[in-house]
Design a protein around this ligand. Structure first.
Ligand code: GDP
Ligand code: IMO
Ligand code: MG
Length: 423
């Protein structure tokens, strides 16, 4: 059995949480492979709404295994809050959630370092979620990080040594902080983390593959935030692309199956960095209000703009996407005109390649399509789609050369329409 992958093709917040939850019944296992609590994955069902930061989005289904893989970075404080919230709502997680011993720990001082480094950057700040992601991955690559498995022996000693080195950096940076309260809540939280089975996830996952279990790998962030290929340096610190599944779960490339690439019918970005199709007018504001485009993790307003096919073709190439999923089409239901960026004009030259660096002089080249001007949010079947909406789907499929197999018309689990079902 191969491992299917679901990941974002834009700058994150495409709706991964919702779709993972919708697809979970087809799978035995859902596994996160990278990122950490910078993620905010929203699920809505039966009148309830949950936002997941660390826990995989398959957690609300019975009899499914959820794994936090080695490539993830975990803040026990965030995990504890999630666990308490979901257990308080009546979901028992202990038998469903397993944590890799090789996942790295976000320490309170990683969060402080994130804040100090962002403050130092001034106007060129990345717009980090300030969850300690960058400093934790820095320690991981620098070979001085602490892993979940370290909690099992001499942890205090390892912790003190690491924190002493962080304190030196914070002092050099002149950053003022108070650690005592943060440490207290962190050490309380690791007791909650330790309630879960800490596993050698690479063995567990490969055993599950060999036992013909169906596994879905859940991406966080989006391809355009990938550390290698995203809009560097305005990116996150992990491999958000499909290749990250191999390193983040311990799976051989030959074991990758379908790659679901998820997109919004338009595009958003939160935090700093280039966004060629960003709208600064009332059209962008309409997208933000209608789409409720405010960060699930930080509450920041998301920047909104038209769909960018240059960036999407790049993402599809990097990930080997086999199926597309289009979210939030209902947000464009009232629009007279829909635009799609098919190229960039840079210094008078047209290109359909994503450039090394994006400067302000980039001009998107748009194709205009007619809006469908129909409320699609209650539709249940593809045969109900308006002709002009079908024209948008056909246009995107022709341009991107990948079928759009799922369309989402609202945040609820039920507002999901499958296409190509008779294949
Ligand atoms: P993720 O990080 O990719 O899981 O996405 P987020 O949860 O951060 O952001 C997606 C937002 O859009 C959430 O508030 C979802 O509840 C909401 N959402 C998901 N699909 C749809 C949809 O088809 N239509 C509308 N209107 N909202 C949606
Ligand atoms: P999900 O999984 C959208 C953005 C931040 C910032 C940059 C670096 O919900 O799609 P970091 O905290 O990683 O150092 O921030 O990446 N970012 C996200 N944007 N969705 C996310 O996750 C994000 N996680 C990080 O806003 O610009
Ligand atoms: Mg999100």
């Amino acid at each position: 059995m191969k491992v299917d992958v679901l990941l974002g093709l834009q700058w994150g917040d495409e709706g991964k949480g919702k779709v993972i939850d919708v697809l979970t019944p087809k799978y035995d296992v859902v596994a996160r492979f990278q990122g950490g609590p910078n993620a905010g994955h929203t699920l809505e069902f039966e009148g309830k709404k949950f936002v997941l930061h660390t826990i995989p989005s398959g957690i609300f289904h019975d009899d499914k295994i959820n794994i936090i893989g080695n490539g993830v970075v975990i803040d026990p404080v965030v995990l504890k809050k999630e666990v308490e919230k979901f257990e308080g709502a009546g979901y028992n997680l202990t038998k469903k959630l397993f944590i890799s011993k090789k996942a790295h720990l976000i320490l309170p001082t990683h969060r402080l370092l994130d804040a100090a480094q962002e403050a130092e950057k001034g106007d060129s700040k990345i717009g980090s979620t300030l969850k300690g992601i960058g400093p934790t991955y820095t320690d991981k690559i620098g070979r001085t990080g602490l892993r979940v498995g370290d909690l099992e022996s001499n942890f205090k000693e390892k912790y003190e040594k690491k924190v002493a080195s962080h304190k030196k950096i914070l002092q050099q940076m002149g950053f003022k902080y108070s650690l005592e309260e943060l440490e207290k809540e962190w050490f309380e939280a690791i007791e909650v983390l330790k309630k879960f089975e800490l596993i050698d996830s690479e063995y567990v996952i490969n055993d599950l593959i060999n036992a013909d279990k169906k596994i879905l790998a859940e991406g966080a962030q989006g391809t355009m935030l990938d550390i290698e290929f995203g809009s560097y340096p305005f990116v996150t610190s992990s491999n958000t692309i499909c290749a990250g599944v191999c390193t983040g779960l311990g799976i051989a490339p030959s074991k990758i199956g379908d790659v679901y690439g998820i997109i919004k019918a338009y595009c958003t970005r939160v935090g700093s960095g280039p966004f060629p199709t960003e709208l600064f007018d009332e059209v962008g504001e309409n997208m933000r209000q209608k789409g409720n485009e405010f960060g699930s993790t930080t509450g920041r307003p998301r920047r909104c703009g038209w769909i960018d096919l240059v960036a999407l073709k790049y993402s599809i190439m990097l990930n080997g996407v086999t199926q597309l999923i289009m979210m939030k089409s209902d947000v464009l239901d009232d629009f007279d005109v829909i635009k799609a960026c098919v190229g960039y004009k840079i210094n008078g030259e047209e290109t359909d390649c994503f450039p090394y660096e994006i400067e302000n002089d980039i001009e998107p080249i748009y194709v205009e399509l007619e809006g469908w001007k129909t409320d699609m949010s209650k539709m249940q079947k593809e045969s109900h789609f308006p002709t002009k909406f079908n024209a948008y789907l056909d246009f995107l499929e022709d341009e991107l050369e990948v079928p759009i197999k799922i369309v989402s018309v609202g945040p609820d689990r039920e507002q999901t329409i499958l296409r190509y079902i008779n294949e």
